[in-house]
Design a protein around this ligand. Structure first.
Ligand code: GDP
Length: 297
């Protein structure tokens, strides 16, 4: 289960304060130490941990907690609020263009869940807004990727524009955009190529697609299971592309929590959606407060 270890350790850290009418400096220090270790063990970015603990500590030192009636409860509340803040406070909606089509460019490393997420997002738009999206298959380096997108398209009944693997991806995107104009699609979702790791050639290609389409959203898809690597990936893509948001996938797995808790603060870009399963329906808007409560258990 996601966050299992983190939830357990945070609860334990705060349990020690339960039943105390008054919390001493030493009690508080010990609790902060345990919270810090719990976060580090969950693979949360070091600076994020440091900032987080500092904020919780400062607020907890306030008279309200040390002299309050139920210090444990108050600290839980503070931790909850600060976790929420670390993850961005509020849900951030999808950027939309005032004229059709809204262009959403999806990027990410191979295996992160990019193609699946393109399908999930298209289905969501179709269901919630009655939208008519067009999917563009621009991952020409992995032949299976195009077939996979076609399969996804059929599954959700959304058209896929593709030109096989012999055409330059930038050209494909250009032709796909023309097709969307012709068909009056209100959304275009571009499935771009992924690699095993960030390389310059890939970034150049993505920059070209960005320059060509001027996307309303550049969503980076990252795998929550990869913890700090997901954070580093997000930093790398953000530097090259100035992404507009992140989709965090595989939160149905037993991820430790590092990616969810670090990405926002490290990249200053919002997590917009979370993937919670392989099914096309398994995409949800990311709500920092709900995630904080889930982490605290
Ligand atoms: P891409 O290479 O980035 O396009 O990745 P894919 O879309 O092909 O996904 C890689 C694998 O991850 C596939 O087996 C997907 O079914 C799976 N996957 C994607 N998103 C999720 C998710 O949110 N949860 C789970 N459990 N699996 C996912």
């Amino acid at each position: 289960m996601a966050f299992e270890g983190l939830t357990e350790r945070l609860q334990k850290a705060m349990r020690n304060l339960r039943g105390k009418g008054k919390v001493s400096e030493a009690d508080l220090r010990e609790t902060m130490r345990e919270i810090r270790l719990a976060l580090l063990e969950a693979d949360v970015n070091f600076t994020v941990v440091r900032n987080f603990v500092k904020r919780v500590q400062e607020r907890s030192r306030g008279a309200e907690v040390l002299e309050g009636l139920n210090p444990a409860q108050q600290i839980v509340k503070i931790v909850n609020e600060e976790l929420t803040k670390t993850m961005g406070e509020e849900a951030v909606p999808l950027n939309k263009s005032d004229k059709i089509p809204t262009v959403i460019m999806m990027a990410g490393l191979q295996g992160a869940g990019k193609t699946t997420t393109v399908g999930k997002l298209a289905l969501k738009l179709q269901k919630e807004e009655n939208a008519r999206p067009l999917l563009i298959a621009a991952d020409v380096y992995r032949p299976a990727a195009i077939d996979q997108l076609e399969t996804v398209g059929k599954q959700i009944n959304v058209p896929v524009f593709q030109q096989g693997t012999d055409v330059n991806p930038v050209e494909i995107v250009k032709n796909g955009m023309a097709k969307a104009q012709e068909e009056h699609n209100d959304y275009v979702l571009i499935d771009t190529a992924g690699r095993l790791q960030i390389d310059e050639k890939l970034m150049d290609e993505l920059k070209e697609i960005k320059a060509l389409t001027n996307p309303d959203e550049i969503l980076l898809v990252v795998d929550a299971m990869t913890g700090q690597n997901a954070v580093n990936t997000a930093e790398g893509f953000n530097e090259a592309l100035d992404i507009t948001g992140v989709v965090l996938t595989k939160l149905d797995g037993d991820t430790r929590g590092g990616a969810a808790l670090s990405i926002r603060e490290v990249t200053q870009k919002p997590i917009k959606f979370i993937g919670q399963g392989e099914k096309m329906e398994a995409l949800d808007v990311f709500h920092p407060d709900r995630m904080a409560s889930r982490i605290l258990g």
